[in-house]
Design a protein around this ligand. Structure first.
Ligand code: FAD
Length: 253
């Protein structure tokens, strides 16, 4: 169906991005292809990898013991998703990644965990690293007739997260995900700050000068929108990164 109606059909996950835009005629499709009967609302562990199916919602992420002990960053991130139960129950992690609205939480967090994205289509299955899947704001590597069936991750038990937003109910302006790197280093992935996630590694995570220098020099084309100008995002990114590192290291707030 996706191939036959290419350009006129959309996959629907939870529909929380798609349907409001269709209602307002910002997006026009005659067909929607709902994945919910494909059995993809599952979080499993196979051969040392954690697999999150396309229909897994934020609530599923929050309630998963498997994720809490193996990919702690994801429930940590999902705790801060706004919109109430309607959004967290319906909205999917995969849907957020496929839409790739830069000022959302999921793309940066999934990028920080080096997800592999599993794609099904007319030519069978292919897998793409998240760093290749996200091409630009609102642009991902999906060819005619394809949809994402799941994302796979190597376990990463520790993760720190921080986001800045205007108020409890608003969307992120800058996010930072921190995960341990080799030899005591920390890898920080900044979301919402450019059209694609920005990654920096700090050798000494408690050296604020190094962290600020690395973050400031990594941001070259900050994202501007109605929430904040790019200059503001660039200004606060190092502070958000530092708080994510402190969250990872358990530094008291
Ligand atoms: C009130 C409100 C508050 C929100 N607050 C936040 C917030 O605080 N932080 C945040 O990050 N986000 C927030 N969001 C956004 C939310 O994260 C997304 O709406 C949700 O994750 C999208 O998932 P979905 O399954 O509903 O996507 P859908 O709306 O179903 O789909 C989104 C897009 O991805 C495509 N798609 C979906 N699944 C697939 C698939 N498997 N394969 C290929 N393409 C697919 C669809 O065709 C569509 O283009 C909020 C949204 C609302 C409405």
């Amino acid at each position: 169906m996706l191939l036959e109606h290419h350009g006129n059909a959309a996959v629907v996950g939870g529909g929380t991005f798609l349907l409001p835009r269709m209602t307002r005629h910002l997006l026009e499709y005659e067909h929607v292809v709902d994945l919910k009967d494909l059995g993809l609302r599952q979080i499993t562990s196979t051969d040392g990898e954690i697999e999150i199916g396309a229909s897994v919602s934020y609530v599923d992420v929050l309630e998963s013991d498997l994720l809490r002990s193996n990919l702690a960053l994801l429930p940590r991130m999902a705790r801060g998703i706004t919109g109430g139960r309607q959004i967290t129950q319906q909205g999917t992690l995969v849907g957020a990644v496929c839409f790739h609205f830069p000022t959302t939480d999921a793309p940066g967090a999934v990028f920080a965990l080096d997800a592999m994205v599993d794609i099904h289509g007319p030519d069978g299955r292919r897998s793409v690293p998240i760093s290749d899947f996200l091409i630009d704001a609102f642009v991902v590597d999906l060819r005619p007739g394809e949809f994402v069936s799941s994302m796979r991750f190597a376990p990463q038990p520790s993760g720190g997260y921080c986001k800045v937003k205007h108020s409890t109910g608003s969307w992120p302006i800058v996010t930072a995900s921190a995960v341990p790197g080799p030899g005591g280093s920390v890898r920080i992935t900044l979301g919402a700050v450019e059209s694609l996630p920005v990654v920096v590694t700090v050798e000494d995570p408690l050296d604020r000068t190094e962290l600020k220098h690395r973050v400031d020099s990594a941001i070259t084309a900050p994202w501007s929108d109605v929430l904040a100008p790019g200059s503001y995002r660039a200004d606060i990114a190092a502070a958000v990164a530092r708080r994510a590192v402190e969250d990872l290291m358990g530094v008291p707030k």
